[in-house]
Design a binder for this molecule. Sequence first.
Ligand SMILES: Cc1ncc(COP(=O)(O)O)c(C=O)c1O
Length: 400
Amino acid sequence: MELFDVYSLFDVTPVRAKGTRIWDDKGVEYLDLYGGHAVISVGHCHPKYVAAVSDQLGKIGFYSNSIHNPLQEELARKIGELSGYPEYSLFLCNSGAEANENALKLASFHTGERRVIAFKGAFHGRTSGAVAVTDNPKIRAPFNSWHEVTFVPMNDIASVREELSKGDIAGVIIEGIQGVGGIIIPDDDFMRELRSATKEAGVPLILDEVQSGCGRTGKYFAHQWAGIRPDLITMAKGMAGGFPIGAVLISPEFEPVKGMLGTTFGGNHLAMAAAIAVADIIKDENLVQNAYEVGEYLKSRLLSLASTCPSSAKGALPPPGVDCNSDDDRSTIEIKEVRGRGLMIGVEFSGPIAELRRKLLFDKHIFTGVSGKNMIRLLAPLTLTKDDVDIFIKALEEVL
Ligand SMILES: Cc1ncc(COP(=O)(O)O)c(C=O)c1O
């Protein structure tokens, strides 16, 4: 049997990893600025993580959700404390899409309505409801197309209010920062208006923090930059060091009814051991603050790299001694804009970055992510250091 061929692969085979480094089957060392798509929050193979998962495996790996599992309560307590949502309750599942699917269901159960407001450029996953609220018709099958979804432009509160006024909305779903959409940060003022408008209309606000959560942006959740409190918050990627997991944080206004949600694997003992270890490491090593500080440093280094030539400087002058008319091949592609918060950063270039990314990977041995054709997306482990940043900036400068 062969694999169903849906992924474009780089010709690299990682076999070992530690912290921010990965080694391939030929012994080549790579710097990981992609974190396996924002998943590796506490670094690869953190010793406390390895010990916790190995230890749990020797005790009990799985039992169904028909018995007491105190590890689930421990994780709920720890996430409540870390995130500042101790009064919310936690529903555990297995992926980001599944978390969004359950949040959408809860909103719909709560309001008795079916239509959802989502945003242009949104990505919420590939299960039926999640892909219906994703703004990409190419990945939506006819089977998924019957959901009632209205996409409105980001930061356009008038459009949101107009849709809400029709009185048939089950919920509004928005990413803390759009990742796949190209590191689009909703305006803080817009987020506050969105919170007020949904509250006035009695419609649940769902914050998809699947990619932007777990401390990645320098706050535990990206929406906390705007100081709002949504009704439902979904999370997944950075929660358990690569062990499949997803979760919904649910405000006390939602009444649980036995059997209304459920899953076979969600909340299993191994996943809980992994997620508790990650939560402990994030707290003990102050990784949310590290994400903020190292992220700010990375952005400032990228911006000064951008300002070495006027066409990419967004108005800044080149530093003394830099000859921007020189005939090197720097002019082929330049940094146009750097945006993001913490360690969720997009570097937008003046042209396609496929070759640049290949050179970073194969010549400089650095993993990066991508958004669209012109953006490199950096989603490094939250343990990234300023020395790692310096290595990347030097490599990028050389490749450019
Ligand atoms: C914002 C957001 N929501 C949901 C998902 C879907 O998560 P999963 O692939 O775990 O289903 C993703 C995945 O990239 C995401 O970035």
